[in-house]
Design a protein around this ligand. Structure first.
Ligand code: GAL
Length: 422
């Protein structure tokens, strides 16, 4: 009996050995190139580099080409990607936001490969939140691999500066509008703002705060008109808030707006939690001590989320190498190498939170208990057609500050882009 048992164990371990040998032989046998495409350049690069390092370790014979186009929230990268995709020259894998940015653009145009097989092979069907899988899927398939969960509705500040100036973090926009003139009188910019997409980013936080989660969601299923009084109130409040932002906003990157807070030129900034990644990874600041955070005004208990993901375009040159890349992105190891540097949390349910700093741990806690809504500025709720048109409406509003005009223009583009019907 004993002998038999020993034999069985021996045979099993030989089988395991053989499997892992053949797997590593397979891994090493990948060669050629892999081109990945994203907007994570410069200060946004370290987290991506961690994934690239994992890939290089596993597939040393593959030459990885890290193609990036700088510009927060992918404003420039998306335009370049479009040219490449339409010109029949897709990168092997590209960054895309989970949600309408993926589904309403590239899946609708039938340019992506279905990754359901990969999800099943890797046992991922119950490793990611169900809602996230629905967001990257349609009845026909699953179309990308999510690498993170970012939070959009966060206000950032430096605790020591607020103490020095005698102000506290505003819980509501009314609070903000009360303390902002006091800060301004001291020569401090109340709210740092950057280039136009960051105005969209601020707008979505204001909209969530003013409308609340139900009505905010109704904007995206056509049940609440952008031309309604409530939606117009968002533009009105947004206009008042803009009075307390820096005049040179349009020429700044999002990092420069964060820098204004860090340097004490500004009191607050509303930005996604890639700002936490920037402050902790690049600027080496300690969360909770050197910088503080809170839900943006009027959004306590709400988590506006977005997720970065990578997909596999049809007809790529290095398909196997790209699949191996996606495998790393979706793995526990990949998620926990990337996200602690990025300021986001892993998209996986089994992530090891001990690897994350106090900011990310608090975000993970909130993600577990808050009401979740999707981001407009980062591709969750609306297709790219709407997003591009919304940027134009925003450009108009930044000049005119005309809330009525902006809300009726927003309703017109919602109809044009299939979000609203009347
Ligand atoms: C978001 C993206 C983040 C971060 C940010 C700033 O759209 O999801 O990962 O890169 O833009 O560029």
């Amino acid at each position: 009996m004993k002998l038999n048992f020993k034999r069985i164990v021996l045979v099993i371990s030989m089988i395991f050995c053989a499997i892992s040998l053949s797997f590593s032989a397979m891994a090493k046998s990948l060669s050629g190139e892999l081109e990945i495409f994203s907007w994570w350049a410069g200060d946004e690069g370290p987290a991506l580099e961690a994934l690239i390092d994992l890939y290089k370790e596993k597939y040393p014979k593959v030459e990885l080409i890290n193609a990036t186009v700088t510009g927060g929230s992918g404003v420039n990268a998306k335009a370049v990607l479009k040219t490449r995709m339409l010109g029949g020259n897709p990168p092997d894998s590209f960054q895309v936001h989970a949600g309408q940015e993926l589904i309403g653009t590239w899946v609708k145009a039938k340019r992506m490969e279905d990754l359901t097989g990969l999800f099943k092979d890797q046992g991922w069907m119950n490793k990611f939140p169900k809602d996230l899988i629905s967001l990257i899927g349609t009845d026909e398939g699953i179309w990308s691999v999510p690498v993170n969960i970012h939070r959009s509705n966060v206000v950032w500040y430096i605790p020591a500066n607020l103490d020095k100036w005698g102000v506290t973090v505003p819980k509501s926009w009314n609070d903000f509008l009360k303390i902002a003139p006091k800060l301004q009188a001291k020569g401090i910019v109340p709210l740092a703002l950057a280039t136009n997409w960051t105005a969209n980013h601020l707008w979505e936080s204001v909209a969530l705060g003013i409308l609340g989660p139900d009505k905010y969601d109704q904007l995206w299923n056509g049940k609440l008109s952008f031309a309604s009084d409530e939606a117009m109130e968002v533009w009105e409040t947004f206009g008042k808030i803009l009075e307390y932002t820096n005049k040179d906003a349009s020429s700044l990157s999002w990092q420069q707006a964060t820098d204004m807070v860090v340097n004490g030129q500004a009191a607050f900034n509303i930005m996604g939690d890639w700002a936490a990644g920037y402050m902790s990874t690049t600027l080496k600041m300690k969360p909770g001590k050197d910088f503080g955070w809170a839900a943006s005004p009027d959004t306590e208990g709400l988590f506006m989320f977005l997720a970065d993901s990578f997909g596999l375009p049809k007809g790529v040159t290095n398909r196997d190498n790209a699949l191996a890349w996606l495998e790393i992105l979706g793995s526990k190891e990949g998620g926990d190498a990337f996200n602690p540097l990025k300021g986001s949390i892993s998209a996986r349910l089994d992530s090891d939170l001990s690897k994350y700093n106090t900011y990310s741990q608090s975000a993970a806690k909130d993600f577990g208990k808050n009401r979740i809504v999707g981001s407009l500025a980062h591709g969750v709720t609306a297709n790219e057609g709407f997003m591009n048109d919304f940027a134009t409406v925003m450009g108009m509003f930044l000049k005119s500050r005309n809330a009525k005009q902006a809300s009726s223009a927003a309703q017109a583009i919602a109809i044009q882009n299939g979000i609203a019907t009347q």
